[in-house]
Design a protein around this ligand. Sequence first.
Ligand code: SER
Length: 389
Amino acid sequence: MSTDQIVRTFVEYFEERGHQRITGSTLLPPPGNPVLFTTSGMHPLTPYLEGRPHPLGRRLVNVQRCLRTTDLEEVGDSTHLTVFEMLGSWSLGDYGGPTSLDWGYGLLTEGFGVDPGLIHATAFGGDDQSGPDTDSLRLWQERGVPVELTVEDNWWSNGPTGPCGPDSEIFLWTGDSPPESTPTGDDRWVEVWNHVMMRHRRLPDGSLVPLPQRNIDTGLGLERLASLLQGRRSVFECDVFDPWRRLVPGLWQLDELSLRLVYDHLRSAVVVIGDGVRPANTGRGYVLRRLVRRVLTVLRRDDPSRGLGDLPDELIEHTLDHFCQGEDPEVVRRVLIEEERRFGRLLERGRQVLARPRFQGPLSEEDLHYLHDTHGLPRDLVLNLRETV
Ligand code: SER
């Protein structure tokens, strides 16, 4: 099943159950939201989770692009991407958690053909502020699905304050041998779908108060599910990355881990630029800058002549099309190349400064601050240069 078919199946399944499709938003969260980028489907919907009536009603379904920088260091493993898509279903004060989980189980097993024997669930076991999620536990037991209770892993929040609640997560077994252990005990259990019972708000003093309505917010990672349904070992092998796998290895000979980083970061950079962000030293622009610089560092490690000017148009166009972004591919290319030039100049300056006698021994914290504040050389760039000069 291709990712397009997965999206269609998901959306139609929820439409048949009274949900209205809403268009996903860009990666830029609405004003007032504490996050830099949209990291989950709930951000554009926060006012409606907090009680404002949504013009399309109480049941919604969507596909939302998300960006998670917390996962940047994990990119390259089989399940993490910087930019990914989340399929979401929403009950804004309408049906409850067991209905959502039951539909989720039905869609996975009947709609997507997942073997019920390869499913494991987790649910909130309770803490001193909120009791155990017995509704989810009962639903899973009735369906014969094994369920593990945890505390921190099954509580979802958007930050230290704001809407939050217990969640129940659905994991699929990815091992070659029959399923064993539990999601916290064996990472061959991969989380694909989170159902959050978003019914509390955390106040700055840490206490919980009920939201005006009891909501359900679910998020299913599209590329993860696609790779599992397509029988692939990693998200980089699902159909979303077909053009990248076809074009990049012939262009730049890199090991598999480096290729994955290049696919992920360049694709993410294109989407971020497509949403109007430009490289900068702070905020969103700095995330973009880091993505591009990490790619350049990998590309130039073995061959300094490699550059983004060689990036095939098709990859930029395919990405902008996939995310329905109207940005001109030539503009995206120019932003990437300009950033590459700036990085080149910075590296040159870095090499010259680091050649000074003062920096020949081990670098102190004070040196690193000086290099950053006076010469604009970020810590990771300095440390990288020290390994190579
Ligand atoms: N907000 C939840 C998550 O991001 C479910 O969509 O996992």
